[in-house]
Design a protein around this ligand. Sequence first.
Ligand code: AHR
Length: 503
Amino acid sequence: MHHAALSIDPRLTVAEVDPRLFGSFVEHMGRCVYTGIHEPGHPTAGAEGFRDDVAELVRELGVPILRYPGGNFVSGYTWEDGIGPRDQRPRRLDLAWRSIETNQVGVDEFLRWTRAVGSEPMLAVNLGTRGVDAARALLEYCNHPSGTAWSDLRRANGSAEPYGVRVWCLGNEMDGPWQIGHKTATEYGRLAAETAKAMRRVDPTVELAACGSSNRRMPTFGAWEATVLAETYDQVDYISLHSYYEQHGGDRDSFLASAVDLDRFIEEVVATCDHVRAVGGHRKRIDLAVDEWNVWYQSRFPGEENLDWAEAPRLIEDTYSVADAVVVGNLLISLLRHADRVKIGCLAQLVNVIAPIRTEPGGPAWRQTIFYPFALTSRHGRGTVLRTAVRAPAYETAAYGRVPLLDTATVLDEPSGAVTVFAVNRDQREEVMLDVDLRACPALVGAGHVAVADPDAGAVNTAETPDRVVPHRRDDVKVTDGHAAVALPPLSWNMLTFRPSPR
Ligand code: AHR
């Protein structure tokens, strides 16, 4: 057994958690939209064709913001195809995923559904094949009250009130050579700045995210952000970053340390933002939108060039294991620890496509293993992130060198005084006995311990066995003399709760 220690002092704060840290992403890709969230004819489908069983799981997951409609898809998308009478909407080739787009779901349906599941939208505009004009028209369609061609068209299409879409992405992964309309950093930076300028004239209240790097291994990483921000700094509020992780071969030790890579990625982007701020003499600070992140077994994807044209094909429907759930929980811990600069996070994606929720057409919807750490962190990770002192053993990884066996984030709920600790034990064989030092918060008593762990780290949930992997309650959090000693199982994600004594 390993030993580790965590000291908590509620006076040492990092930042308030922005609830939008717990967002997700709906792309017109594979079966995320069609037979995912939307399936007319399904026994649970409502009037607009959206599945109620899926909507219920989305509410349970807790996703305050939903990015839409892509992803790579958006860089070839004509948003006007998806409005108006459904029987008149064109079928189009989606060049990103070699799919047939039927346009049966468009911006009106999506925005109404987003509201129904209790989320806020984050819309991406097409800066691949289109540009300033299409972006400002879409914004006018969504947010202008009435009296113009675009706003009156929205009203004619059934939404009398403006949607008030606040957060917008200026394109998607424009640094990627795979992107339709891929650009150099200077070309993209100029286009993003001009698009942002026009959008702010339509609606000055919007918040805008510029595209950062598609991943930390991009050859342009760092230089891309610096150039794009030099062009856009005064026009944008966020820079995006995307990060996907998978286990390579048998190297689970490195995979379990994926959050170390996300930590480094975030800190490098923050440093670049602040460098551009200093060089340009800017006052405001650019924050980060980690608007695509997850575990994704990309090595199993044959590549879009090898796909056949099809409607709603089964694309990248990864089935997640217990180990994947622990990594997802750990990536959330990384986002929380950086809550001072990361304001938006989008688990990519929401349903079927590398997703916490899976469906079968005409059949059930179920929770994947990764659903649980996400839902629990979204529900209990609200409040103020605390700066803690952690002492833990380290282990050697091929990918990241020597890294801690334990990773944690601690959140204080100021109104109630409750403290929640999220903790991952990365050791595959041994428990970590964690000493939580609570002497700086003497009123707290142990209230609960929930863990995602399993003797079989490869265990998964399926349509036939949807509850094979669920979180387990452990009754082992007792505070004595200002300390709690809690055993974290091997390869586990944990949530420890401490509340003020009722006395
Ligand atoms: O989420 C799947 C894809 O990953 C998105 O379309 C793209 O933005 C990223 O490369």
